[in-house]
Design a protein around this ligand. Structure first.
Ligand code: ADP
Ligand code: ADP
Ligand code: ZN
Ligand code: ZN
Length: 840
């Protein structure tokens, strides 16, 4: 029998009617959702909000759209899986302002994403100050992405990649024989180069640093490729004798300088492995021609308000608004050029209006040149939102995932105004949110629950906000309608202080700040005030430098080597308190893997023990199956079609690729022989299909497996399946998995935990759970430092460092630091009033 969840308020006739939605954990959901309204989807993390809003509504809208333009796309989508739903009626075309989970952000900048850069180029072309005698440049000529604009020396990249002595010779105390030149190939080729150098009279047995500079430079940087006789194994004197006697050499060898080898390999190799190896020896340096500005000299000679377009794009939007104001008011450009004045005024007015929307959304600290991958998810989404407000689209539904993320409560009103504007223009807004102010502002609430995973997936309530008050089962109700107790306070006193001195990073300039140890600290402040620069970057990098490499969950995620060296300069030191710290751990919301090969069981390490248990069964022993046989990463035991992934990936044009179940093993990952072995009647695939709850019962007597399972239960993840691919975890789930792995290690005092906005994606009730765990770490003798906007978290802290007073250049200072009481009373703090309210 079908357990239909009944809509609790009557939706207007003009609504989206969903029938039988079963995507992920949704339990055959029927729900009517009004159009032309702000609809907020609420519920605990993992309850199924995203599965409904994104996985069903948005996915279906996108499918219909693609279907209407291409039968080919249709076929691919059918293959990849249509959303599991019987029917949806009345669904308008949809725009998602949040990128799908796990897809890397495209290479773009704030300027290109908002298209403000286009208008700016127009402004420079039509209304810029040209040097006397220079011809007008078309707007195109101000773009580094066109041949007309790109600096010819770096092709518009702004950087050139080169190998240096420091990158190619990491250890100067080694001799050439000891492979001082790490950039050369290994094995025979490396030995070949060594023998050639000996023939050329170079001693390969002195430390690299003792060789004359001229010799070192020649070895590394020459483009000459001399061909010389090679006598393997001879030293310099022996080679000289052999040459004199005209002894027949073993062969003729061609020398290749190390940099030439690196650049050639990087440019020409077909092997990703070799390319990666070559890239290790490359660093990016600013292009000497354009100094990193990416444009031709002529384009850079045109100015507006005294800046070339590259400098202009480096200014925060707040500053641009000031610079554009005179032109917008028609106060620039002498009467001699009336048409220029008019152009300047029109374009400047348009730019100002668009910038104002972004400023309103708390983004005034961003510069147009800022690369989008360096933005937080919240900033990125608000940027898209601000761009849409001026897009004049109507009749679409915007689907958003927590637009309040990263936003200080002081800026929340502007967000609500922006949402109202989009609605007033004739659009529908479907928003997944946890922020109480946004939920209160909704026209309609769809509350999903009651709990997570298989314990959720039902619509508990669909209707106007007030009606939720009557819904007993709703976790949201308790937080929405006052009277909920604040998170427990601890009031601890610091055991020591980390004394940070002279910190420089972005807008943090020469800051001295003391961070307490042995307590729970919240770093607050408006978006762009410098919280992340100080904590997630400066503090983390300084501690990392002290301890060596930080323990990071993403250790094996390859970073693009060409991205190295672009980090902003860090200056500063930790003067005291380091003796009290033993290690640093960051717990972030970054995905814990990019392919379905990584999953909960492998990430937490419990799968190793499970495989041993299978290998120890009589059946496995009889067949000679070892633990490796039960790994889907090893050829002998896994399905050969999907190579153990359980999924095959389907590439879609213009869209992220999607994964479809393997047609051979139907997602079970293993071959038939492996699945013949059972442990207490379960195959290894059955185990991967268990939830943590089920597995905890099944493995109750196997301590090595039971312990990590217990930790996962404690962080509230009992509903996840062991084999659930890491690509499916939400940011909040990824964070809790990392936290569970951390809790599972023997509790060690003296750890500093750093978390940047840990409450993102978490329902207030999830936040309560998270806080209990973090406070337990402090109780066990560690330090927790969080960057946070959630005032309930701030109120429950032992110490608060409030950054500001404003964003960008107007921030970067500590406004006030102290106990919540002290900060709440501070007059200059924008956080104070909100904190005071949360504490009352
Ligand atoms: P919410 O948005 O409320 O946090 P989700 O809709 O993201 O919840 O997730 C609901 C459930 O579906 C969770 O148990 C989650 O682990 C699971 N889930 C999420 N994405 C996928 C997926 N791609 N495949 C299978 N299960 C998924
Ligand atoms: P918060 O964490 O308080 O939101 P951030 O530390 O992210 O603030 O930003 C502080 C200032 O530094 C802002 O003006 C921001 O634009 C700038 N900033 C942050 N990251 C970068 C970066 N990668 N490149 C250039 N500027 C940055
Ligand atoms: Zn250049
Ligand atoms: Zn398969």
């Amino acid at each position: 029998p079908k357990a239909r969840s009944k809509p609790k308020s009557k939706a207007p006739a003009d609504c989206v009617r969903v029938r039988g939605a079963r995507e992920h954990n949704l339990k055959d959901v029927d729900v009517d959702i009004p159009r032309d309204a702000l609809v907020v989807f609420t519920g605990v993390s993992g309850s199924g909000k995203s599965s409904l809003a994104f996985g069903t509504l948005f996915a279906e809208a996108q499918r219909r759209y693609l279907d209407s333009i291409s039968p080919y796309a249709r076929r691919l989508i059918d293959q990849a899986g249509v959303p599991q739903v019987d029917s949806i009626e009345g669904l308008p075309p949809a725009v998602a302002l949040q990128q799908a989970r796990g897809t890397p952000t495209a290479r773009s900048s704030v300027g290109s994403l908002t298209t403000i850069s286009n208008s700016l180029r127009m402004l420079y072309s039509r209304a810029g100050d040209y040097p006397r005698g220079q011809e007008i440049i078309y707007a195109d000529g101000f773009s580094p992405n066109t041949p007309a604009g790109a600096c010819p020396s770096c092709h518009g990249l702004g950087r050139i990649y080169d190998a240096t002595e420091a990158t190619m010779v990491p250890d100067r105390s080694l001799t050439i024989r000891e492979r001082a030149v790490a950039a050369w190939p290994g094995a025979w080729h490396g030995q070949n180069q060594r023998d050639i150098l000996t023939t050329l009279g170079i001693d390969v047995d002195v430390p690299w640093s003792k060789l004359p500079k001229k010799t070192r430079d020649w070895i590394l940087f020459t483009d000459e490729q001399p061909v010389v006789p090679v006598y393997p194994g001879f030293d310099v004197a022996e080679v000289q004798r052999a040459l004199k006697r005209k002894t027949e050499p073993a062969y003729m060898g061609t020398f290749t300088g190390a940099r030439r080898h690196v650049l050639h390999t990087f440019a020409n190799t077909q092997s990703a492995q070799q390319k990666k190896r070559a890239a290790r020896y490359l660093v990016g340096v600013d292009c000497p021609e354009c100094h990193g500005k990416r444009l031709r000299r002529e384009a850079l000679s045109v100015t507006f308000a005294g800046f070339d377009i590259a400098e202009f794009s480096q200014q925060p939007l707040d500053a641009l608004a000031t610079l554009l104001a005179p032109a917008a008011a028609g106060r620039t450009h002498a009467a001699a050029h009336p048409e220029q004045a008019l152009a300047a005024q029109r374009i400047a007015q348009d730019l100002l209006a668009r910038i104002a929307v972004l400023q309103d959304l708390g983004l005034g600290h961003l510069a147009l040149a800022r690369a989008t991958p360096t933005l937080s998810q919240g900033e990125l989404q608000r940027l898209r939102l601000g761009t849409q407000i001026r897009s004049q689209l109507f009749g679409v539904v915007y689907v958003m995932d927590e637009p309040s993320a990263g936003l200080h409560p002081a800026d929340a009103q502007a967000l609500l105004r922006a949402l109202d504007q989009l609605k007033a223009a004739g659009n529908s807004l479907f928003v997944v949110e946890h922020e109480i102010d946004v939920i209160r502002h909704a026209d309609w609430i769809v509350d999903v629950g009651p709990a997570a995973g298989q314990h959720g997936g039902q619509v508990l309530y669909s209707g106007v906000p007030e009606g939720l008050q009557r819904i007993e089962a709703s976790a949201t109700r308790r937080y929405l309608f006052a009277g909920h107790a604040p998170i427990a306070r601890h009031g601890r006193t610091p055991s020591a202080w980390l004394q940070l001195r002279g910190i420089h990073r972005h807008n943090v300039q020469g800051l001295d700040v003391d961070i307490p140890l042995g307590v729970f600290t919240t770093v607050s402040g408006v978006s762009g005030s410098g919280k992340s620069s100080l904590v997630s970057q400066a503090l983390v990098e300084l501690l990392t430098a002290h301890f060596g490499r930080e323990r990071d969950a993403d250790e094996d995620t390859p970073i693009d080597p060409l991205e190295r060296g672009v980090e902003a300069a860090l200056d500063g030191r930790i003067e005291g308190g380091l003796d009290a710290v033993r290690r640093l751990v960051r717990v972030d919301q970054k995905p814990i893997g990019r392919t379905p090969r990584s999953n909960l069981a492998t990430y937490t390490g419990l799968f190793d023990h499970v495989r041993k248990l299978f290998a120890a069964t009589p059946a496995a022993k009889r067949r000679g199956y070892d633990a490796g046989r039960f790994s889907f990463n090893v050829a002998k035991g896994r399905c050969s079609t999907c190579e153990g992934e359980g999924f095959v990936s389907v590439e879609l044009l213009f869209m992220p690729s999607v994964y479809a179940p393997c047609p051979a093993c139907h997602g079970r990952r293993y071959n038939a022989k492996t699945l013949e072995v059972t442990l207490r009647d379960r195959t290894i695939a059955d185990v991967l299909a268990m939830t943590v709850d089920e597995a905890a019962l099944f493995f109750a007597d196997d301590t090595a497996v039971a312990r990590p399972l217990q930790m996962l239960l404690e962080v509230g993840l009992g509903y996840l399946r062991l084999g659930q691919p890491a690509t499916e975890f939400s940011g909040g789930e990824a964070q809790r998995i990392k936290l569970a792995s951390e809790l599972q290690r023997a509790q060690r005092a003296g750890t500093v935990y750093v978390l940047d906005e840990p409450t993102t994606g978490l329902h207030p009730s999830d936040v309560d759970t998270l806080m209990r765990q973090l406070q337990a770490l402090v109780d066990a003798g560690s330090t927790v430092i969080v960057v946070e906007h959630d005032m309930r978290v701030a109120a429950a802290s032992d110490w608060i460092i409030d950054m500001g007073p404003g964003a960008g250049d107007a921030g970067g200072q500590v406004v006030v630091a102290g106990t919540p009481e002290t900060v709440a009373r501070h007059r200059g703090s924008r956080t104070a009033p909100f904190l005071a309210e949360a504490m009352s």
